[in-house]
Design a protein around this ligand. Structure first.
Ligand code: NAP
Length: 320
């Protein structure tokens, strides 16, 4: 009999990758959960064989229903939707954490559930003695601790998945995308609130890697339950990433470092949030991540399964 994976965020980047990976996997059915079952992306998933179910992370009862009979659940929350619709960073984090707790409580009520994969991030506050808080990391991380203390039975079925920086941010995150600077003789410039030498873990193609990692996490429960797994197959500096962007696009590039205050004065709260994340990242010379994360080699992930930063930008060339 087939097993079912219920996927929150199936119409988006992370969940879409998980849904597509399990649609290809023998013995699995995919239940794509969305607030809008008639959206183009929901309908596309339906045409590819997914069951489309309506639920909302604000409504716990709808989640309990949507998770019914599922063997596995993949769950993600979207801090940025709250921030981009007018909430402050802390309000966005509080809303995100509330949704994440509803997702976890609903999963804990799912009798058939064997594995819960929760897409989270590490605590910036915790890793820096409170010096460098970053709401879109810290509120997720508080939910990690909350699952362990309030839902211990769910914790034993949970894998805490930590994704690095998406290469696609270069194509579609407005304040990270390089742009052609007038009067610069054709240079494409990235204005950044961090040195070009600062490094960050990078997650590979967001349309592929969460699916590959989740597939292997669920295939190796003895290794992954109750544990953190990072999707960070590369650690790159911002300067290296811009150089690769130049190679892929054939453009001349320029990296302009500005202060956190100047970046935030142009990009507002979203700029401040990104800048704070990068300032946190500067505290770690080899990139931040989870303590004792399980390595991709131990998960049995082969190197030809994860398109890295360069290969991903090549596939996104039209959008750069
Ligand atoms: N950008 C990066 O480099 C990066 C790196 C690591 C982690 N992250 C984290 O990734 C998260 C966003 O994930 P993503 O990139 O996959 O987002 P995304 O592509 O914007 O998709 C968001 C998904 O969440 C679903 N969703 C949102 N609110 C919902 C609700 N109330 N109930 C049910 N479903 C809901 C949406 O479904 P419907 O609209 O169909 O309902 C959609 O499928 C953020 O929290 C961010 O902090 C980002």
């Amino acid at each position: 009999m087939s097993k079912t994976i219920a996927v929150i965020g199936a119409t988006g980047a992370q969940g879409g990758s998980v849904a597509r990976a399990f649609l290809k996997l023998d013995g699995w059915k995919v239940r794509a959960i969305t607030r809008n079952i008639s959206s183009d992306s929901a309908q596309k998933l339906a045409s590819e064989g997914a069951e489309i179910v309506s639920a909302n992370a604000d409504d716990e009862a709808s989640l309990v229903k949507a998770f019914q009979d599922a063997t596995a659940v993949f769950a993600v929350t979207n801090f940025w939707e709250h921030l981009f619709t007018g909430s402050s960073p802390n309000e966005s984090g509080e809303k995100e954490a509330e949704q994440a707790k509803k997702l976890a409580r609903a999963a804990s009520q799912t009798a058939s559930l064997d594995h819960y994969v929760w897409s989270t991030l590490p605590s910036a506050k915790g890793a820096t003695d409170g010096k460098f808080p970053v709401p879109h990391l810290d509120y997720k991380a508080e939910v990690n601790d909350w699952i362990q203390s309030h839902l211990p039975a769910l914790h034993t079925k949970t894998t805490y998945l930590v994704l690095g920086f998406y290469p696609s941010n270069f194509a579609n995150f407005p304040n990270l995308k390089p742009f052609e600077l007038p009067g610069s003789w054709g240079k494409w410039v990235q204005i950044m609130p961090t040195p070009s030498s600062a490094v960050i873990p990078v997650c590979g193609d967001i349309n592929i890697t969460p699916g590959v990692w989740t597939r292997q996490i669920i295939a190796k429960p003895e290794l992954t339950k109750g544990r953190f797994v990072d999707i960070a197959p590369e650690v790159l500096s911002f300067g290296e990433m811009l150089k690769i962007y130049g190679e892929v696009t054939g453009r001349q590039t320029g990296y302009l470092q500005v202060s956190v205050e100047d970046f935030a004065s142009v990009w507002g709260v979203a700029g401040k949030e990104i800048a704070d994340q990068f300032t946190f990242g500067e505290q770690f010379k080899e990139g931040w991540g989870s303590v004792n994360s399980i390595r991709k080699e131990d998960l049995g992930i082969k190197d030809d399964e994860w398109p890295g930063f360069k290969q991903t930008l090549e596939s996104l060339k039209d959008q750069l």
